[in-house]
Design a protein around this ligand. Structure first.
Ligand code: ADP
Length: 173
């Protein structure tokens, strides 16, 4: 599996699936969530509302992931996951690991060969970028699936991009 680090806007990525750092409501928010909903168009919100009316009446739990169509995005699917919110006391790294790992598992289930991740929980949810980067790299390294050919991390800021670069160098030793 190829792993790539890119800097930029995840909504422009022409991959099978992009991952959304959503909140439990699934009804949109700021940061990358807002950008994805704006670029995908209103049908994405409708698809998320439908999930709330069916599988997730209480919202999507932290660490879980679910896919929808990607509508106007170049990607085919959006995989919504909820990272832990450090500012609300959710500081267990296992929850963050689950958000990455369950997104990868959903990608396998839907048959995605390429996937792009943002730095889940490294924005409004207040996690340290180095911790997010290390957790992300480990989750991809431990992913047992066979369908995924390429994993991209699409990083918005210099600070977060540097953190991911360092985590990869650590991994490759
Ligand atoms: P969370 O609530 O999970 O912390 P945020 O959206 O606030 O999610 O931030 C997660 C990361 O996504 C941050 O590093 C932020 O800079 C980054 N980000 C924001 N917009 C985009 C975008 N369009 N593409 C990629 N990354 C983005």
């Amino acid at each position: 599996m190829d792993i790539e680090l890119l800097q930029g806007d995840i909504t422009t990525r022409d991959v099978d699936a992009i991952v959304n750092a959503a909140n439990s409501s699934l009804l949109g928010g700021g940061g990358v969530d807002g950008a994805i909903h704006r670029a995908a168009g209103g049908q994405l919100l409708e698809a998320c509302r439908a999930l709330r009316q069916t599988d997730y009446p209480e919202g999507l739990p932290v660490g879980q992931a679910v896919a929808t169509d990607a509508f106007n995005l170049p990607a085919r699917w959006v995989i919504h996951t909820v990272g832990p919110n450090a500012l609300a006391g959710q500081t267990d790294p296992e929850l963050l690991r689950q958000a990455f790992a369950n997104s990868l598992a959903v990608a396998e289930r839907i048959g995605a060969a390429t996937i792009a991740f943002p730095a889940i929980s490294a924005g409004v949810y207040g996690w340290d970028a180095d911790d997010v980067a290390r957790t992300a790299v480990q989750a991809v390294g431990n992913h047992p699936g066979t369908c995924l050919e390429r994993v991209e991390f699409v990083l918005f800021s210099d600070r977060v991009a540097r953190a991911f670069q360092a985590a990869f160098e650590e991994l490759r030793g």
